[in-house]
Design a protein around this ligand. Sequence first.
Ligand code: UD1
Length: 360
Amino acid sequence: MIKIISLVGARPQFVKMATINRQLEDYKNIKHVIVHTGQHYDNKMSAVFFNEMQIPEPAYNLDINNLSHGSMTGRMIEKIEKVLLSEKPSVLILYGDTNSTLAGSLAAKKLHIDIAHVEAGLRSFNMDMPEEINRIITDRISDFLYCPSKSAYDNLIIEGFDNFPCKKIISGDVMYDAAIFYSKLSNKKADVSKVVNQKEEFILCTIHREENIDIPQKLTSLIEAINEISKEKRVILPLHPRSFKMISKLNLKIKAVVTPPLSYFTMIELLKRCSLVMTDSGGLQKEAYFFNKHCITLREETEWTELVDLNVNMLVGSDKNRILETYYNVLKKNKFSSKKIYGDGNAAKLICDHLISNLI
Ligand code: UD1
């Protein structure tokens, strides 16, 4: 029996892990143990994802949240180490770039437990982002690196990973797997009528990045741009708790349709129907692409550079005038370029086959 632990803590990681979990159920003699750090803990940020995608209850919930980066990461390392010592897995699977990912990588590596990193090789080249630090360190100490795209793989080559004792492949993107699989279920299970009516045109917008939300001038400029656009078209703005707290603190008035955080299935249905996406999220940029929607990215850089090259993703940062100018330009676009850059929707299978063949 091979024991594999998946460590998750934040919203997008539940989606990525769901694809791996489904895949692992097909193998004999594999025990998959799910550990939740508790980084995202609200029902709307966590439980709803497990319910919709029918992910089994985590075997452990470490209940670590609402702390500074250092305290959060430190406490996670301590508790993850205890779990790893008692479970003794063959490998720890980590997803993406959150503080939970970083804590898992440090805890496992020091115990000489192999690490598999799903979503390896991504780089924004902005070292002020906590996510960039988390992914660089995790990649460097991982034993198995699963790159969602060729450009992610190329980043590892440029950084000299050919000289390190690790195995790396271009697996494709598990979020593409998830979008294909769950979009067949979401139309039956998600009711978006409370958010939008059938015929209405709308823009789907999210903001939550620390570098946008925690700087009042940037957040104010973003909200002003969103308000301006809302005069012309309905903007649906599901608000992350971090954003909600800061907007309330600064007493900013919003003209968009504000909703609480929405479930994955609801987001898929909104992605299918929206006319445009505006976001600072990493995952949503790609999901816009999966559903053939242009994306205005409210950041100065992106890890998903191939989308910018395809001219379907426009990087605009947080400056109000730049956002508005790009918005009016995007309205004139009618062509959407699509290429198979994130695999064939079988990334989870490629990852699990590769990983398990290396463990037996
Ligand atoms: C984290 C990840 C980011 C990822 C994002 C997905 C890091 C450094 N960042 O950012 O890479 O894109 O998740 O959403 O790990 N909060 C709640 N309820 C919750 C969860 C969070 O109120 O269920 C609050 C926290 O108390 C905190 C704020 O939201 O005040 C930020 O949460 P945190 O988990 O630190 O980072 P995210 O912004 O979610």
